[in-house]
Design a protein around this ligand. Structure first.
Ligand code: ATP
Length: 372
């Protein structure tokens, strides 16, 4: 195992915007780190450069303290999970997984033990005698993961290895992947655009967008303290509500005033974030759907209780997502389903909700950087 150090990595294809615009990060030994970002963010490019399949225009990649410039892929001791099409069709599953181990001279007993353990966790233990052509697509993908994981590599590079599996298998694999990583004490850099994978499996997450690192932190950091508006809106399900507001102070205290309603801010909160010194002007208020609460109609008129109408309702088993219309604004609210079996409100029905002034986010309207 070895740590990965990436410094000022740049890669440009053609004359357009660079695919990587100077990214830097570290992956510690035995750490499970996610590269999370939307399509085109530069995630795969970063993995390919790390594996040595492509070369940076600038910047350095150090693996275990050794500069990888000019080092061929096979000499880097990185294991990359390719997709299922990279399996050898004429070899059975056992031999596909054994192939990289034989190259490294493992004894038969060691090889069998590793393959048995890995294939058991991946749920392919009963398929070891079959050839790839006799497996489903999902099974083939798990064999491809297994073939990378059985190896003793310095770092495992994974590019959306479970995104093609069905939802149930993905949920199973999220748990198993984490176990496998701990058990093998593996250092993993894992590319995904799926925040659920990153939030549930990652020790840390690197959020990438447009070839730049937007934030690096634990899943909690990224969710609770997004560094900017992009991260805030990208991470969290359903996505954070964002509203352009004026931040102002009047006789009743501090407020964030949007076109359709005003949120009264807590003075201690304002001071904690140094907002009292800010020039009046536009900010973007961020409200997570989970931080808005439905309240009974008796509570209207209280501070931070707003009146709206149901614009849409979506039920997801044990939870309900409401789109609530307040003037020209639609806010999303997430709620657990009422246990009393009351019917859902009809479209257009009045609805009241409270904004929790302790659970707000505020961003600079121009730069998008987090203010609070
Ligand atoms: P996705 O989630 O869609 O796979 P990604 O975050 O992995 O996206 P990359 O594949 O790294 O993104 O691509 C980053 C940018 O670089 C994109 O704009 C892409 O079109 C461009 N790009 C990547 N590889 C090449 C290439 N070989 N030639 C030209 N442009 C490329």
């Amino acid at each position: 195992m070895a740590e990965l150090h990436i410094e000022g990595l740049e890669r440009r294809f053609g004359s357009g915007k660079p695919a990587l615009d100077g990214i830097s990060f570290d992956v510690a030994e035995r750490e499970f780190v996610f590269l999370l970002g939307p399509s085109g963010a530069g995630k795969t490019t970063t993995l390919r450069l790390t594996a040595g399949l492509d070369h940076p225009d600038a910047g350095r990649i150090l693996l275990g303290g050794r500069d990888m410039a000019g080092i061929a892929p096979r000499e880097r001791n990185v294991a990359m999970v390719y997709d299922k099409h990279s399996l050898y069709p004429h070899l059975n599953v056992f031999e596909n997984m054994a192939y990289p181990l034989r190259l490294r001279g493992l004894t038969d007993a060691d090889m069998k033990a590793r393959i048995d353990r890995t294939s058991e966790i991946l749920g392919i233990g009963q398929l070891l005698d079959r050839r790839p052509g006799q497996l489903s697509g999902g099974q083939q993908q798990r064999v491809a993961i297994g073939r990378a994981l059985v190896r003793d590599a310095s770092i495992y590079l994974m590019d959306e290895p479970i995104s093609h599996l069905d939802a149930k298998l993905r949920a199973h694999m999220r748990v198993e992947f984490k176990k496998l990583q701990r058990e093998f004490a593996a250092t993993i850099l894992y590319v995904s655009h799926d925040q659920l994978e990153a939030m549930t499996m990652g020790d840390r997450i690197i959020v990438l967008d447009q070839g730049r690192v937007q934030q690096i932190g634990t899943p909690r950091d990224i969710y609770d303290r997004p560094a900017n508006r992009f991260v805030a809106e990208f991470v969290g399900e359903p996505a954070m509500n964002t509203l352009t507001c004026d931040l102002m102070q009047d006789g009743t205290g501090w407020k964030a005033v949007s076109q359709d309603f005003a949120v009264h801010l807590d003075v201690a909160w304002v001071q904690r974030h140094g907002l009292q010194n800010r020039k009046p002007g536009k900010v973007v208020l961020g409200l997570r759907p989970q931080h808005l609460t439905l309240v009974p109609s008796e509570d209207t008129g209280q501070p931070n209780v707003e009146d709206g109408r149901v614009y849409a309702v979506e039920t997801l088993g044990s939870e309900t997502v409401y789109d609530i219309e307040i003037g020209g604004t639609v806010l999303r609210l997430w709620s657990r389903r009422q246990a009393d079996g009351r019917p859902l409100p009809a479209i257009g029905a009045p609805l009241h909700f409270r904004v929790n002034p302790q659970a707000l986010h505020l961003f600079d309207a121009e730069t998008g950087l987090a203010l609070a």
